[in-house]
Design a protein around this ligand. Structure first.
Ligand SMILES: *[C@@H]1O[C@H](CO)[C@@H](O)[C@H](O)[C@H]1NC(C)=O
Ligand SMILES: *[C@@H]1O[C@H](CO)[C@@H](O)[C@H](O)[C@H]1NC(C)=O
Ligand SMILES: *[C@@H]1O[C@H](CO)[C@@H](O)[C@H](O)[C@H]1NC(C)=O
Ligand SMILES: *[C@@H]1O[C@H](CO)[C@@H](O)[C@H](O)[C@H]1NC(C)=O
Ligand SMILES: *[C@@H]1O[C@H](CO)[C@@H](O)[C@H](O)[C@H]1NC(C)=O
Length: 380
């Protein structure tokens, strides 16, 4: 700093002819720095001044703001409670200390000397520039917007307000993720990671202070397809009988899931439920949903499916169940399942086709033989 310039020369507002001693206000250094929530001393020495208060202001022009006075403040002004003189009643030192700094405290601070008896300004300091730096805060991990299926990579970002050169360390389940020193990381996941946590640590390159983020749960950014099955009780029913269907979904999904029962193609919703999943001893989650249904004539050929919608999966995982597996006609004895009767029909048709082909071939051969015989007869 050009110290010479920092010495503000006498600004005699009044009565220079009386030949009072020169008032010199020095604000050195001309710039100071503080840290958010910390404190700072803004310097000022006043020499050669008659008795009277020193007042502090921040900035000039329309942004000029009153802060503090060494005697009661002027009318309609209030001292900032965070500001105090470093030395009370000191002959020359009028430096102030500001505590609990905020970023808004940045600015240029002016130390002004006033005459005691009439309150007129004698001299004004050249100002000392205060810059308040942001406090080094714990970093915050940001995950992806949606979820990805476990097995894919998840991209995480570590947000830090550290200065350039801040070092980043990533940890998964308290173990350092090797080779990852950037503020972003791409982590390969497995379904077990639904319960893993990741933290990011930042180290200030100058102070070596290290701060850790809150643990980030990977379960918030991955999802796992559940296993879904349907159990029917009784296993086989006829028209006009009731059946209790239990849909069991089990997997690594700690979130809420929606389970719904829909009829054929999904047009008719039979039942729907939301809610919490039960946690199993092995750490997986499960959800059972029961649908009791009476199989009316209209429903007899229908298929119902249990749809399990997991957050982050575009499509629900579903399982289908055909309500009546049997031909509902009464006096038909023990009924063969629909699919196997279809099979029998197919086999029957195939056999029939094969027979027809064989007969055709046989007739063709007969025809050829007959033609040859006729030729021979002609030749004779
Ligand atoms: C400074 O902040 C601390 C903690 O927030 C508070 O207890 C204290 O009263 C504050 N001091 C002033 C002068 O505002
Ligand atoms: C990681 O360390 C913290 C604190 O030491 C502990 O509470 C937590 O259980 C640990 N997590 C794992 C997954 O080991
Ligand atoms: C089912 O019940 C309805 C009404 O009770 C009746 O009309 C129908 O014949 C019954 N169907 C069979 C296959 O039992
Ligand atoms: C479904 O039927 C079963 C057996 O018939 C019964 O125990 C159960 O309470 C019923 N559940 C609902 C939701 O109606
Ligand atoms: C479950 O249903 C509710 C209300 O219909 C919906 O807001 C929510 O997103 C659904 N959850 C899932 C995982 O689909």
């Amino acid at each position: 700093m050009e110290r010479g310039l920092l010495v503000s020369l006498v600004i005699l507002v009044c009565c220079p002819s009386r030949g009072v001693s020169q008032t010199i206000i020095t604000q050195d250094p001309g710039s100071v720095t503080g840290t958010e929530e910390g404190e700072v001393t803004v310097p000022c020495t006043v020499t050669g001044a008659p008795p009277g208060p020193v007042r502090w202001y921040r900035d000039t022009g329309s942004g000029r703001q009153y802060l503090y006075s060494s005697s009661p403040p002027p009318p309609n002004e209030r001292n900032d409670p965070r500001v105090s003189l470093v030395h009370q009643n000191h002959a020359t030192d009028a430096s102030i200390r500001i505590v609990n700094l905020t970023l808004r405290d940045s600015g240029t601070y002016y130390c002004d000397k006033y005459r005691g008896f009439d309150g007129s300004l004698i001299a004004s300091g050249s100002g000392s520039r205060l810059s308040v730096q942001e406090k080094f805060r714990p970093p915050v991990i940001e995950g992806p917007q949606g979820r990805v299926l476990a097995g894919n990579a998840v991209a995480l970002t570590c947000r830090s307000n550290g200065p350039p050169g801040t070092k980043f360390t990533w940890k998964k389940n308290n173990g350092t993720v090797r080779g990852e020193q950037s503020h972003t990381v791409s982590l390969q996941t497995a379904k077990e990671d639904i319960r893993s946590t990741v933290t990011c640590e930042t180290t200030d390159p100058t102070t070596q202070q290290t701060l850790s983020s809150e643990p980030y749960s990977l379960g918030a950014s991955i999802t796992v397809k559940p296993h879904v099955s349907i159990e029917a009780n009784p296993e086989r029913v006829k028209v006009n009988e009731s059946v209790s269907l239990t849909c069991r979904a089990r997997g690594f999904y700690p979130e809420r899931v929606n389970v719904s029962w829909v009829q054929q193609g999904g047009a008719v919703e039979l039942a729907a439920e939301r809610g919490e999943n039960a946690e199993n001893e092995d750490g997986t989650f499960s959800r059972n949903s029961v649908l009791n249904v009476t199989v009316t004539q209209e429903l007899s050929g229908a298929t119902v499916s249990c749809r399990v919608q997991i957050e982050g999966l575009a499509e629900p995982v579903h399982k289908e169940h055909r309500l009546v597996e049997t031909d509902p006609k009464p006096d038909q004895g023990p009924e063969a399942p629909c699919s196997s009767s279809l099979f029998l029909v197919s086999v029957f048709l195939l056999v029939k086709l094969a027979l027809l082909a064989a007969i055709n071939a046989f007739l063709f051969v007969l025809l050829k033989l007959e033609q040859r015989r006729l030729k021979r007869v002609d030749a004779e």
